[in-house]
Write a protein that binds this ligand. Sequence first.
Ligand code: COA
Length: 131
Amino acid sequence: MSSEVCPPEGPPTIRVIAMPADTNPAGDIFGGWLMSQMDLAAGTVAARRSRGRSSTIAVDGMKLHRPVKVGDEVSLYAAIEKVGRSSMRIRVDAWRRERHTEESHLVTEATFTFVALDGDGRPRPVDEVPA
Ligand SMILES: CC(C)(COP(=O)(O)OP(=O)(O)OC[C@H]1O[C@@H](n2cnc3c(N)ncnc32)[C@H](O)[C@@H]1OP(=O)(O)O)[C@@H](O)C(=O)NCCC(=O)NCCS
């Protein structure tokens, strides 16, 4: 089995079913919906690592390998690649599993950068937990 049909081991950060309301005019799943799911997955990891508020500051290297279809189970895997002073670089991979099969495929990848924020919305050190 090639690595493209073999998702990472362990549970995904989040998992969701693609619904008809998430389609583009052509009937495939809208790329913006997928990107928002990836942002949510990265945000979950950022919130846990920084133990507080954080915000997306950049998205790099977004690549859409293949379409997502209505009914697909979409699994988002997010992992920290690098922690800076206030920033966290988080790699996110999205995988689809067609509803009636066991086969999975990598559909999208991107790197999100989040910034840990203080109560006033300003950057704070990732390891400086807000009161
Ligand atoms: C997040 C925000 C408060 C950061 O303020 P800022 O003054 O731009 O931040 P700084 O220039 O001090 O940079 C903060 C960190 O982000 C990093 N950074 C800035 N721009 C970046 C970019 N384009 N790509 C990657 N990292 C970047 C900096 O290197 C720094 O990292 P470090 O502290 O680990 O060294 C501000 O940019 C903002 O409010 N942006 C809007 C965010 C938003 O609305 N997101 C959508 C909703 S979540």
